[in-house]
Design a protein around this ligand. Structure first.
Ligand SMILES: Cc1ncc(C[n+]2csc(CCOP(=O)(O)OP(=O)(O)O)c2C)c(N)n1
Ligand SMILES: [Mg+2]
Length: 522
């Protein structure tokens, strides 16, 4: 006879899901009993870390990732990270234990309403009525998570009945990609052909769909300028390419100003637009026509301007490329950025400049150093290389870096985080040490929430409490969780020491004290 539990693991196996990220409790133990040797269980010491490790893993493995949490409290702890996974289109099968149904009407200890409270941030949330339905729910959950737009799903698994006999479940394959309407693509191609000056916005779905090289091909045919979207959670265009113009600013007026020289703008695989501070202005200036291609109908419907086509962006690029003609290059002036100068302690700008020299171009980087990121000059030329939190919720980068490292061993993995951001999922250091994930964690320490001081300055707010975080002992934290530690006080040592730690192949935390200068927000 084959049990419900056995069928669940058969389905995971059939879909290539051999890693379970979790933090267990009594309600999950019946599922984990006699855990199979061909699966790995990656323990995170708090659920925010568990969830983000799974996201980092799914980004690198190009597959769904499985998470097992502890009833309502565990799901609650993971909730901020589930919001991030939702915005990042991360395909997760999130499971959690539920109390035994034979006593559920009495609302026993650990019974929870998790099916309801995750709902706005998952594509599907279910607690099967019968234990024999759980494997079928897992099979369906996999397909819901993997269909575009991808995203997290939630299955609550009651702890009773997992030993019951369960009939086989058909493990199915689905082709998930849907091509955009060729008529819409032709309209976009015609507009590009007839345009004077073109800007492409290289959205996150480009990297996620493995089509960075096709986007480069399109940009080189069109000789267009290429921007990343505001606050891009995935990096989709080579940072050292001559057509690359950086990220768009994250506010209305600055965006329409930045795009005003162009008569045709194509935003491919991203929102139109992701705003942060409210700076009123036109969505787009008169004379600029914007087109959007996105895998997400909701993203298309909330766009503030332009004409949208819904469909898979990799197929869209394959359709577009043969329809556009090679254009003449437009002469451009190279804008040389001034080099930041060393000081003690160094500015975040100087540190980012040094990190660009120290971090190899094949690295996978998770960036969560809010005031410093804007100075980044990292060499990003390969797919799946640079990620930031898609929701704005901190506590993503460190655990996601651990998950990314567990998914692949060829590329070095680096997390660059602020001293504040580092605290939200600090226990991910333990998972890095425990599972030999050689992540280099670089903490830029200004003992404050500098970005919030910038935001306060922008809004002319005075007397704000809670923006200083002095006295955190990073050496103690690193050692306590079992990773290596280095503190770099001499700015000249940043490049050699960071290089050395990355090459060491061990998980380590590097603390770099930086100055406390508050920079303007925009
Ligand atoms: C989960 C969560 N809580 C609170 C915030 C609000 N927040 C945004 S940035 C920030 C401070 C970041 O400080 P740090 O990482 O030290 O970076 P710095 O601005 O100093 O470079 C905070 C608390 C958030 N984004 N996410
Ligand atoms: Mg800080």
């Amino acid at each position: 006879m084959t049990s419900v539990r056995e069928r669940i693991f058969q389905i995971f196996r059939a879909h290539g899901l051999f890693v379970i990220f979790g933090n267990p409790g009594s309600t999950e133990l019946p599922l984990l009993e006699n855990f199979h040797g061909d699966f790995s269980y990656i323990l995170g010491l708090q659920e925010a870390s568990v969830l983000a490790m799974a996201v980092g893993y799914s980004f690198q493995s190009d597959n769904a990732a499985v998470v097992n949490l502890h009833t309502a409290a565990g799901v609650g702890n993971a909730m901020g990270a589930i919001v991030t996974a939702w915005h990042a289109q991360a395909p997760l099968i999130i499971t959690a234990g539920q109390q035994d149904r034979r006593q559920i009407l009495a609302e026993p200890f650990l019974w929870g309403r998790q099916v309801d409270f995750v709902k706005p941030y998952v594509k599907w949330s279910v607690e099967p009525h019968r234990s024999v339905d759980v494997p079928q729910a897992i099979e369906r959950a996999f397909h819901v998570a993997m269909s575009e737009p991808k995203g997290p799903v939630f299955v609550s698994i009651p702890m009773d009945g997992l030993e019951d006999e369960c009939p086989p479940v058909e493990v199915r394959m689905i082709s998930y990609k849907t091509a955009p309407d060729p008529v819409a693509i032709k309209e976009i191609a015609d507009a590009l052909t007839n345009a004077n000056r073109i800007a492409l916005i290289a959205g996150e779905q480009v990297d996620a769909s493995g089509s960075m090289s096709d986007l480069v091909k399109l940009a080189e045919l069109l000789k267009s300028d290429v921007f990343l979207p505001p606050i891009p959670y995935r990096w989709s265009f080579p940072s050292r390419h001559e057509l690359f113009r950086g990220s768009l600013p994250a506010a209305m007026k600055p965006i329409s100003d930045r795009l005003s020289p162009y008569d045709v703008v194509l935003a491919i695989g991203t929102s139109v637009f992701l705003y942060y501070p409210y700076v009123p202005g036109l969505a787009i200036k008169e004379g600029t026509h914007l087109f959007q291609i996105t895998n997400d109908p909701e993203m298309a419907s909330r766009a503030v301007t332009g004409t949208s086509a819904v469909g898979d962006v990799s197929l869209a690029l394959k359709q577009l490329i043969p329809l556009v003609k090679l254009r003449e290059a437009i002469p451009r002036q190279n804008v040389l950025r001034e080099k930041a100068k060393p000081s003690v302690p160094p500015t975040s700008e100087y540190v980012e400049q040094m990190l660009a020299l120290a971090i190899p171009s094949d690295a996978v980087i998770f960036h969560e150093a809010p005031t410093s990121e804007r100075y980044s000059r990292l060499d990003i030329s390969r797919p799946k290389s640079h990620f930031i939190t898609a929701s704005g919720g901190l506590g993503f980068a460190m655990p996601a870096a651990v998950g990314a490292s567990l998914a692949q061993t060829e590329r070095p993995v680096v997390a660059i985080v602020g001293d504040g951001a580092a605290q939200y999922s600090i226990q991910s250091l333990w998972s890095a040490a425990r599972y030999n994930a050689p992540v280099t964690f670089i903490v830029l320490n200004n003992s404050e929430y500098a970005i919030l001081k910038s935001f306060g300055m922008f809004l002319h707010e005075e007397g704000l409490p809670g923006l200083d975080v002095p006295g955190i002992d990073f050496e103690g934290l690193a050692k306590g969780y079992g990773v290596g530690f280095q503190k770099i006080l001499d700015p000249d040592q940043i490049v050699p020491q960071v290089k050395e730690v990355i090459q060491s192949g061990k998980s380590s935390l590097i603390e770099i004290p930086i100055d406390r200068h508050v920079n303007p927000l925009l």
